[in-house]
Design a protein. Structure first.
Lengths: 192, 192
């Protein structure tokens, strides 16, 4: 998506080791006009899938999922990362390794909010090694819900998450795929 | 706000000890139509304050803040609760005690995204003892930004946060204030 690629070039910071910082518009300070356009694009890509629920994960996915959900007219369910007194009752859980935070954590979704009657679109801000998405896929599998697709704002094409998810046959669309050329410079790949 | 009060009566679960669960529409499964109405109401209440930034905190505040921000045409900055590799550089920090999670945690906002030129509206889903808001107030004070007000979806009127914040002279509006009568039943108070 041209608009997002241009914004990454303008305001993203690409650092050695493949670190991409987009905190000035996507995941710390959030440009709501931009994110509305991303939401519209997710709707264009997945409008025909009969989606009735968007699933995301704390924390930075939530705002993007909520804005996208306005175009689908569906609720958002977000997987929680911490055990909370307010999350009692029956829950689906899965364990996720975070490379950003360098630890394992358990994600939880209440069984009340994901069932076999649901047709689910996953939305998240980033896809790198894919560990958060694999956790959400595990929870969807446990619930018996139908996975209709996954919409990602920025995929790191030089890490394996996107390849694995596509090889699983999942309908994955990334609005920008960032890759590195032989000199370590940032380039964009097409989303196929 | 009548719409929110009616929804709390219909789908909220009020339990002994003043625990109110609204996870079926506000902070785990999110009813986006409802939250859009809350966002419009925040805009009605704070439209004349010259707000140029909305500040919230991970995690459940983010979606509400993002949807509200569409009516203000301003960006959202959310305070982060975990140390992340992606949050380097200069940050404002404050320590918050969470009663829900029963621990202390540090919240962080990058200095890039909050400055003395900002006119800030705080938005959050819940206000009980007010610890998260006090952390955000501390960060706003450090930044030199102007606090224009605080918009809360649900305030627990039987806990002290709202009273303390109003006594500080802060322009606080809660869309629903839940209280308890002498028998421990849930009632609503007017927002003044």
């Amino acid at each position: 998506m041209k608009l997002l690629e241009e914004r990454i070039v303008k305001d993203g910071i690409f650092k050695e080791g493949g670190i991409l910082k987009v905190d000035s518009f996507l995941n710390h300070c959030m440009d709501i006009d931009l994110i509305s356009e991303l939401g519209k694009e997710f709707h264009r890509l997945f409008a025909d899938c009969g989606i009735n629920k968007i699933l995301t994960i704390e924390a930075s996915g939530i705002g993007i999922a909520c804005i996208a959900a306005q175009y689908f007219n569906v609720p958002v369910v977000f997987a929680k990362k911490v055990q909370s007194k307010n999350l009692d009752g029956e829950v689906y859980t899965s364990t996720v390794h975070s490379y950003t935070h360098d630890k394992e954590y358990v994600i939880r979704v209440s069984k009340k909010f994901l069932t076999e009657n649901d047709r689910v679109l996953i939305i998240d801000d980033f896809l790198a090694k894919g560990k958060a998405i694999f956790g959400l896929l595990d929870i969807i599998r446990q619930s018996g819900a139908t996975l209709c697709g996954a919409g990602i704002c920025i995929e790191k094409g030089f890490q394996e998450g996107g390849r694995i998810i596509r090889e699983m046959g999942i309908n994955l669309h990334s609005l920008a795929i960032v890759d590195m050329d032989a000199d370590g410079n940032m380039i964009f790949k097409e989303d196929h």
